[in-house]
Design a protein around this ligand. Structure first.
Ligand code: RFL
Ligand code: PHB
Length: 390
């Protein structure tokens, strides 16, 4: 089989790239290790920047997002027992974010791909990539017990942090920057009304908590937990009791609890790969970089990689120019490092660090107070949260 672009991974990066290339008349085949149902069962991001919603508009897959998504113009910071609203709209000259689950974005992209009859090979195992330092790269994989080979012009590595693409680059050609945080996030999804109409990011003496949502009837909550914890050790009751202790009295009182639909623990990591292009292989999204979820940046950075990658490939095919391809890494990395810095900073400010000590707490309190008292400081938070311009 032959295609122009072989895309590895059918997460949001791979599906969005496939859709943007299709709009420009470029062929792509997507290979995905898991089943479509499995991909849709992973509960992840919830907050989209305007840059991402614009890109979903451009891809022609935003109808349901505009109908069902929740535009948010601010969020609350909770520390030392009281809540302070960050007015994103007022601080950024009218910008906001969209609360719409990654699962829904993925579902919309899958449906558009299926409706257009575009090829996605789910449950492709033993995917391996070859000859990406030549003009004729190849991808090998197994499906239903038989081996297949796909020849292509380019390979897009959209296969997430544990994928095969980054791992196939010779060690001497790649530099990796990494920081692992000494805690994780225990997340719970439930069909209960959100505790508040906006998100609450809480720095409590018992650790960080986040109150998020998917709709007026579905909530997503997170608790900072030690890395030694396991999700199956947490009963729903234990989760709700701990969350209540980390909220202010008003929110604790308003919290509606119910059975969990999903519970899982995610470790927190900052990670960047440089460069992101190796001959005819490009890395995009979590395959190239990870941020701790505190700043809600992971999916949004993935979307901007895909924007730059699709426009570079379109330029190559339509104008016979490799200028975009040659600048791909540099363009992406400028934005990625800013997203990394913001996510690291917000994570450091709002979590309890096991080795932070009493002084760590005092310094966090002082910075949080400064943040809500100074328009300059809250503007810096707001403009990063809604997303820096491209
Ligand atoms: P994905 O979603 O990991 O998809 C990669 C796909 O590649 C497949 N794959 C392979 N396929 C074939 N062969 C192989 N060898 C393969 N190896 C892997 C996988 O099965 C998978 O389907 O990466 P992608 O597409 O780059 O998307 C990135 C986002 O998923 C991620 O950045 C966000 O979820 C991060 N994130 C958030 N981002 C935001 O922008 N806003 C948020 O509010 C937000 N909240 C979050 C988050 C991530 C979280 N977790 C669980 C890490 C909250 C959490 C809790
Ligand atoms: C989510 O709703 O899953 C979510 C929201 C905001 C974050 C991280 C995750 O910063």
């Amino acid at each position: 089989m032959r295609t122009q672009v072989a895309i590895i991974g059918a997460g949001p990066s791979g599906l969005l790239l496939g859709q943007l290339l299709h709009k420009a008349g470029i062929d792509a085949v997507i290979l995905e290790r898991q089943s479509a149902d499995y991909v849709l069962s992973r509960i992840r991001a919830g907050v989209l920047e305007q840059v991402t919603t614009d890109l979903l508009d451009e891809a022609g897959v935003s109808q349901r997002m505009h109908a069902e998504g929740l535009p948010h113009t601010g969020f609350d910071l909770l520390f030392q027992g009281s809540r302070h609203r960050i007015d994103l709209q007022a601080l950024t000259g009218g910008q906001k974010v969209m609360v719409y689950g990654q699962t829904e974005v993925t579902r919309d992209l899958m449906e558009a791909r299926q409706a257009a009859g575009l090829p996605t090979i789910y449950e492709a195992s033993d995917v391996s990539i070859h000859d990406f330092d030549t003009a004729t790269p190849r991808v090998r994989y197994q499906k239903d017990g038989a081996w297949h080979e796909l020849t292509c012009d380019f390979i897009a590595g959209c296969d997430g942090f544990h994928g095969v693409c980054r791992a196939s680059v010779p060690a001497g050609a790649i530099t990796e920057y990494e920081k692992v945080y000494p805690f994780g996030w225990l997340g719970l999804l439930s069909d209960t009304p959100p505790v508040h109409h906006e998100l609450i990011y809480a720095n409590s003496p018992r650790g960080f908590a986040l109150c998020s949502q998917r709709s007026a009837t579905r909530s997503r909550y997170y608790l900072q937990v030690p890395l030694t914890e396991r999700a199956d050790q947490w009963t729903d009751d234990a989760f709700w009791a701990e969350l209540r202790k980390r909220l202010d009295p008003q929110a604790a009182e308003a919290l509606v609890t119910g059975p969990s639909l999903e519970k899982s623990i995610a470790p927190l990591r900052s990670f960047v790969t440089e460069p992101m292009r190796f001959g005819r292989l490009f890395l995009a999204g979590d395959a190239a970089h990870i941020v701790p979820p505190t700043g809600a940046k992971g999916l949004n950075l993935a979307a901007t990689d895909v924007k730059y990658l699709s426009s570079s490939l379109i330029e190559f095919y339509q104008e016979q120019s490799s200028a975009g391809i040659d600048h791909y890494s540099q363009r992406c990395l400028q934005r990625i490092w800013k997203g990394e810095r913001f996510s690291w900073w917000f994570t450091s400010l709002i979590h309890r660090f096991p080795d932070g000590g009493a002084i760590g707490q005092k310094l966090q309190d002082a910075e949080l107070q400064y943040l809500v008292q100074s328009t300059a400081a809250s503007t810096a938070l707001a403009e990063n949260y809604v997303g820096l311009p491209l």
